[in-house]
Write a protein that binds this ligand. Structure first.
Ligand SMILES: C[S@@+](CC[C@H](N)C(=O)[O-])C[C@H]1O[C@@H](n2cnc3c(N)ncnc32)[C@H](O)[C@@H]1O
Length: 218
């Protein structure tokens, strides 16, 4: 498995925020409220959560504010994004938000396990099938029995794209790296089941995204 993600993150999508190195991703600003709404329907009152691929750090900061009984561990593979997460964590002054870890989500083991919740937003379409499998396997290993794997992003629906825009974005990604692209909900359901997950909810989200909440058996 490659150490570096197949698609390097595109910094053109980021905007500078208040502190040096602190960034905002407009997409994260748009989708955060919807993601938080799904999480609030499922997350426990207390416990430990790991966010994979935290990006700028906006989501995990908002999650820590919304779920103060949960201790949130951000993580990222990319050093410049890690710096943004550090700045969001410092600015938030929330005791339940930990300093971020440098972590390649395709590599096991995840430090600090077991977790009660693992959150992943907008990564599966940027990695290969094998890397997606590795993330699911690693997440299953890192979750406590009954823990929740929550993930969000764009997906194929039984072989169909949800829109022409999704078809074009998938083609764009495959033009950069033919190994990456949208994963199919049908495959995801099989991959999750084979790792002991039950899908509690797969909710339609704005802009044709899906938010999955999956429970590890136990
Ligand atoms: C589209 S961005 C999403 C960031 C954030 N989750 C959000 O929604 O704003 C994808 C992120 O995944 C990170 N990433 C890519 N491959 C990764 C890997 N193997 N392990 C951990 N993070 C990875 C990138 O550095 C980037 O920050």
């Amino acid at each position: 498995m490659a150490w570096w993600p197949r698609l390097r993150p595109d910094d053109r999508n980021l905007r500078p925020h208040e502190a040096p190195g602190q960034c905002i991703a407009p997409a994260a600003s748009r989708n955060a409220a919807g993601i938080l709404a799904v999480l609030s329907d499922h997350l426990p009152e207390s416990g430990r959560a790991l966010e994979l691929a935290s990006g700028t750090g906006q989501h995990v900061t908002a999650c820590a504010a919304q779920h103060p009984g949960i201790t949130w561990q951000p993580s990222e593979i990319d050093e410049s994004r890690l710096e943004s997460v550090r700045q969001w964590v410092d600015a938030s002054e929330q005791a339940n938000l930990l300093a971020p870890l440098r972590l390649d989500a395709t590599r096991a083991p995840y430090p600090g396990a077991p977790y009660d919740v693992i959150l992943l937003v907008n990564l599966f379409h940027l990695v290969s099938e094998e890397e997606c499998w590795a993330i699911l396997t690693n997440s299953a290993a890192a979750l406590a029995d009954g823990g929740l794997l929550c993930f969000y992003g764009p997906f194929l629906r039984d072989g169909r794209f949800a829109s022409a825009g999704d078809r074009a974005f998938h083609a764009h990604l495959q033009g950069i790296d033919p190994g990456v692209g949208y994963k199919d909900v049908r495959d995801l359901r099989n991959w999750l089941a084979s790792r002991g997950f039950t899908v509690k909810e797969c909710r339609d989200m704005p802009a044709n995204n899906l938010m999955w909440v999956c429970r590890k058996a136990g």
